[in-house]
Ligand binder design. Structure first.
Ligand code: TLP
Length: 348
């Protein structure tokens, strides 16, 4: 069988040879005692790249978001987020189950929250209402199709938050994809926010790890929350060593993933029975609707798999494909051929 083209997620990327070599040679210590030099180096680099005072290495994006929420809210308070936010749908409800806060979902436009809608959702002081504590943004926005939030859209929501004395957290699992797609320094995307989480283990190709960044006092408190969640790691330099290469060498190549996503999306747009909103294809995620093919999402996925292409279904008949370092231009052309064959010959 030919190579399997795995488009389920950019999380499937394997570490590079250079990362494996760096892991082998990493200087290590006990990070709970603050003694792992490689973790310290990664945290310093992450803070510098994001233009924040300090950073904290966490096990995953989910843990980074939860640590950030726990650090900036109290139980019974409310968190405003976009209705399709990853934190709301895909993090096991940890925001409620563990942080004990109420999510307040607000419908955005292609993943972008309107500042007016945010302002309207902020609770006035009242003996009956929960207190609004935090606003969460997501950039790129996963369920909206990898859409990017611009610096000015971010700033406008942060201005509303500041007027009401609220903190803003960015779920920036793919913030570097947004920076590359928008052609801006990542600092511009995060400067008005209080905390940001970003992942090393997606398009940046590291095997494990995410970072949380913010002010020194925020990170000091976040470190305690990470420990509470069981995320205090010992010789975590083995993770950080790969993370350093991810941050230093893997950002610019994200452009290739975006070009491949475009190529895929434009090919799909020409096919009968497939609906795709090309405005949403802004980074490395491609989502399309197969309802008009008259088959279920899961049958469609199974048919592709028989031809060596892996994809995911999102909400029934919406299919998601994500480009990454393991996917070349020829894999995209092959994928388009497979979809054409499967749909035209009714092989589903
Ligand atoms: N997203 C994964 C799956 O959970 C769906 C993916 O394949 O896209 N924020 C955003 C915006 C994310 O997309 C993800 C992962 C996370 C947070 C959580 O990161 P991890 O998987 O490291 O906990």
């Amino acid at each position: 069988m030919n190579k399997v083209i795995d488009l389920r997620s950019d999380t499937v990327t394997l570490p590079t040879e250079e990362m494996l070599e760096a892991i082998r040679n990493a200087k290590l210590g006990d990070d709970v005692f603050g003694e792992d030099p490689t973790v310290k180096e990664l945290e310093e680099l992450a803070a510098k790249k994001m233009g924040k005072e300090a950073a904290l290495l966490v096990t995953s994006g989910t843990q980074g978001n939860l640590v950030s929420i726990l650090t900036q809210t109290k139980r019974g308070e409310e968190v405003i987020l976009e209705a399709d936010a990853h934190i709301y749908h895909y993090e096991m409800g940890g925001i409620s189950a563990i942080a004990g806060v109420l999510p307040r979902p607000i419908k955005g436009e292609m993943g972008v929250l309107e500042p007016e809608a945010v302002e309207e959702a902020i609770r006035p002081p009242s003996p009956h209402l929960p207190k609004t504590a935090l606003i969460c943004l997501e950039n790129t926005h996963n369920l909206a199709g990898g859409t990017c939030i611009t610096p000015s859209q971010t700033r406008k929501v942060c201005e509303v938050a500041a007027r009401h004395g609220l903190a803003v957290h960015i779920d920036g699992a793919r913030i570097f994809n947004a920076a590359v797609a928008l052609g801006v320094d990542v600092k511009e995307l995060v400067s008005p926010a209080d905390s940001v989480m970003f992942c090393l283990s997606k398009g940046l190709s590291a095997p494990i790890g995410s970072l949380v960044v913010g002010s020194s006092s925020f990170i000091e408190r976040a470190r305690r929350m990470r420990k509470m969640l069981g995320g205090g790691m010992r010789q975590a330099g083995v993770i950080a060593a790969a993370g350093l290469i991810a941050l230093e060498k893997m950002v610019d190549r994200l452009r290739e993933d975006h070009d491949n996503a475009r190529l895929l999306a434009e090919g799909l747009a020409k096919m009968d029975g497939i609906k795709i909103d090309l405005r949403r294809v802004q980074s490395n995620i491609v989502m399309f609707d197969i309802s008009d093919l008259g088959v279920s999402g899961s049958d469609f996925i199974s048919a592709l798999l028989k031809h060596g292409v892996k994809a995911l279904t999102v909400r029934g008949n919406i299919i998601r494909m994500v480009t990454h370092r393991g996917i070349g231009r020829e894999d995209i052309l092959q994928t388009l051929d497979v979809i054409k064959e499967v749909t035209a010959k009714k092989l589903i």
